[in-house]
Design a protein around this ligand. Structure first.
Ligand code: ADP
Ligand code: ZN
Length: 720
């Protein structure tokens, strides 16, 4: 066995020899939608794999890789137990501390443990094809080649901390010294220098010989954050995110497991990194909704960071300029230590924010017909400000949370609207680059399932030739800008342009270096980026997120506005922000203009309390989906009936009431040919809510037919 494939010294001895007679049985958890382990016989193996070791076992007619889970408590009644075929690891792949964490996560989210493990492992380790097993086990030995490259940023030497940074740093040091669980919420305005505090805190933790986990909300940000950390800590840093190749992800995972790296920077799933003796967890931009996984295993990585921190006696830092309502509520009620940083470093000021009321403007502008035409998305104020900024040689960032060229395509002759046949939503027109695109008119794409069809200028219903497109997305903005400012260097950052990670890194880096003048993007550009020459930020339509049908629409909008605005004026020149809106009287806009988080929190928390929404009430969403419309609807109806009956019982026990909202079709009633219904369970008592959900799940098999999928979403974020 090669040097590289040696496991950590902290792993227990390779395998236990078992000399007891009789049938040696072992429980194995498999990545299947079942809630318990399956029992197998260990015949032909002289050794018994420890918990956390991968084994190859037959399931039905095929072989699968599962994870050994220990000796069964009692011999199962089943007559025909099958045998374990192969033991794949010499020592457990999953450390015991991680196993406990995964078990807890599984139970909190009512998600099968085998599927939780599948999520926690790097890709490929549970793939049962012989070729794959051989390749992966072989690949582990020369995995050095798979190390991802890092972009280095400046400042290898720690900076002299400002007064406010010092206060946070000292609090973290005190917390680290206790070596016990200690959560801290750092609310530091954009540009207050949180990263420097994270870097120095990490150093302190590594000095204590404990490891550090830094979570960032999006792949786009790992580039920058990993860059900072690599500049300071070199090879000690590992990154984990889905933008890496499978081989790279395995390489990074095993480096952590072998304790070759004690600092991990990663996105959501890095919360499952196999780190030993975790002393510090940092959740940067803790408010970001990307921490919640939106399908299958719907965990919230920020919440799990607190749990993991508690289990490993770690200090947990939640950092944000705009903390989530729920974290801030935890902080002011004393569950977390709260520290605020009100000032930007180097006496830089927060940007000046101006609101452009598009209602009045539109009317007035109609009277000035002499004015040269401007695209509908661009106010005169923003156009002039952009022009002035470019003339000064400074940079402009324009934010719009919608991709594509046009969001709505229809035929005015017969009224036909182009919709996705699988999802019943309108298709977005992606025109593409006219110079390079082989499809002359681009494609129509469904933003839910990704279905594409060629955009033809002819209506498929009436053969009419006057097909029209409405609405605008980032692609249209960038195209218009090229016409208005022909000399500006313009780039676009959204999910369409950054399918390749390198591409995105290049755009971010070019903009940072000043090789681009205007950057247009979706929320991808809002997060944590530090662009020193950016002085003007334009928010094209604040109403998009404000009018979203979710209870947290106002919170999300406040965060987006504050975060995007926070990109401006981080260098020597002061920043300016222009927000275009059709609802200038909304309290969120007022709070954003004044950079007033506290005022926002007061208003928003009052509203939430009245309605019993989180964090003042807890939610569990039961989602049903299937291809048969009637079946999905009936199943949701039957579960709701059961839930209502059970809820009265739980209330009678004296606890707080569980409200059953629904059943109702989901606002997005059909996605990928599957009809969707949901039932929302709501209560101020989490334990009552969980009790109810447990009973429902225990009866699921009797009520939910195989053709309908029922999923549990604990602490749902997205109710669409
Ligand atoms: P935040 O994450 O709080 O929005 P950053 O960590 O990105 O802010 O810091 C903003 C800028 O301030 C960065 O360019 C950073 O290098 C700089 N900076 C941070 N701390 C200091 C310091 N103590 N002295 C000088 N510059 C600093
Ligand atoms: Zn679709």
């Amino acid at each position: 066995m090669s040097e590289e494939y040696s496991f950590s010294t902290r792993d227990k001895t390779t395998v236990e020899l078992k000399s007891r007679g009789g049938d040696r049985l072992i429980d194995v958890v498999l990545p299947l939608p079942i809630y318990k382990a399956l029992t197998y016989i260990l015949s032909g193996h002289s050794i018994c794999p420890l918990r956390g070791t991968r084994v190859l076992v037959p399931v039905g007619r095929r072989n699968m890789i599962g994870v050994a889970w220990g000796t069964p408590a009692e011999k199962p009644p089943s007559v025909n137990l099958k045998s374990v075929k192969r033991i794949l690891d010499e020592r457990p792949l999953l450390p015991e501390s991680l196993i406990s964490f995964l078990e807890w996560t599984s139970s909190y989210y009512f998600h099968p443990i085998g599927q939780v493990i599948a999520e926690a492992l790097p890709p490929g380790l549970l793939s049962a094809s012989n070729r794959r097993i051989a390749k992966i086990n072989g690949g582990l030995s020369n995995s050095r080649d798979c190390r991802p490259e890092f972009l280095q940023w400046s400042t290898e030497i720690p900076l002299q901390l400002t007064e406010e940074q010092e206060i946070v740093f000292n609090a973290v040091c005190d917390a680290l010294a206790t070596k016990s669980y200690h959560p801290i919420l750092v609310r530091g305005v954009t540009g207050s220098g949180k990263t420097e505090v994270y870097l120095q805190a990490a150093k302190q933790c590594v000095r204590q010989n404990r490891s550090v986990l830094i979570l960032v909300p999006e792949i786009a940000m790992t580039t920058q954050t990993a860059g900072w950390f690599v500049s300071r800590f070199g090879d000690e840093v590992t990154v984990l995110h889905s933008g890496l190749t499978e081989a790279q992800r395995r390489n990074q995972w095993f480096r952590i497991k072998r304790e070759k790296s004690r600092i991990v920077v990663g996105t959501r799933s890095a919360i499952f990194a196999p780190l030993y003796d975790l002393g510090l967890i940092i959740v940067d931009e803790e408010h970001d909704p990307s921490y919640k996984q939106s399908e299958k295993f719907r965990y919230q990585a920020r919440d799990m960071a607190l749990l993991r921190g508690r289990m490993s006696n770690a200090t947990v830092i939640l950092g944000s300029a705009t903390p989530s309502v729920s974290s801030f509520n935890n902080a002011i009620s004393g569950r977390y230590q709260l520290i605020t940083m009100e000032k930007r470093v180097a006496k830089r000021s927060l940007p000046r924010v101006e609101i452009v009321d598009r209602r009045k403007k539109e009317k007035k502008e109609q009277q000035h017909k002499s004015e040269p035409t401007r695209p509908a998305w661009l106010s005169n104020e923003l156009k002039e400000a952009t022009k002035a900024t470019l003339e000064k040689g400074e940079q402009v960032l324009l934010f719009l949370n919608r991709r594509g060229f046009a969001t709505y395509v229809f035929c005015p002759d017969c009224g036909h609207v182009f919709r996705c046949p699988h999802c019943e939503v309108t298709l977005t027109w992606h025109r593409g680059d006219k110079r390079t695109n082989s499809e002359k008119d681009g494609v129509l794409r469904c933003h839910y399932c990704g279905m594409e069809s060629t955009a033809l200028p002819v209506c498929p219903e009436c053969m009419g030739q006057s097909v029209k497109a409405f609405g605008y997305g980032t692609e249209k903005i960038a195209a218009d800008l090229e016409e208005i400012f022909p000399n500006a260097r313009i780039a676009r950052l959204d999910r369409d342009t950054v399918k390749v990670r390198r591409h995105m890194e290049k755009i971010v880096l070019d903009f940072r270096k000043g090789d681009l003048d205007i950057l247009v993007g979706t929320q991808m550009i809002t997060k944590g980026h530090d662009f020193p020459c950016l002085t003007l930020v334009g928010i094209l339509c604040a109403d998009l997120s404000l009018n979203f049908p979710e209870y947290h629409a106002a919170e999300r909008t406040f965060q987006l506005l504050a975060q995007v605005a926070g990109r401006a004026g981080r260098g020597k020149q002061p920043g300016r922000v222009i927000i275009q809106t059709w609802s200038p009287d909304h309290f969120v806009l007022d709070c954003a203009t004044n950079h007033d988080f506290n005022a926002f929190y007061q208003k928003e928390s009052k509203l939430r309390k009245t309605l019993g929404y989180p964090p003042f009430g807890r939610l569990i969403n039961l989602r049903f989906s299937g291809r048969g419309k009637a079946q999905v609807c009936d199943t949701a109806g039957n579960i709701a009936k059961l839930a209502k009956k059970l809820a009265t019982g739980i209330k009678a026990d004296g606890g707080s009431q569980v409200e059953i909202l629904g059943p109702a079709p989901s606002p997005r009633a059909k996605i990928r040919d599957r009809y969707r219904w949901q039932i929302l369970l709501k209560s101020s008592s989490l334990s009552n809510l969980r009790a109810l959900c447990s009973i429902i799940l225990s009866r699921k098999a009797d009520i939910v037919p195989c053709s309908v999928r029922m999923e549990v979403d604990v602490d749902p974020h997205n109710l669409l």
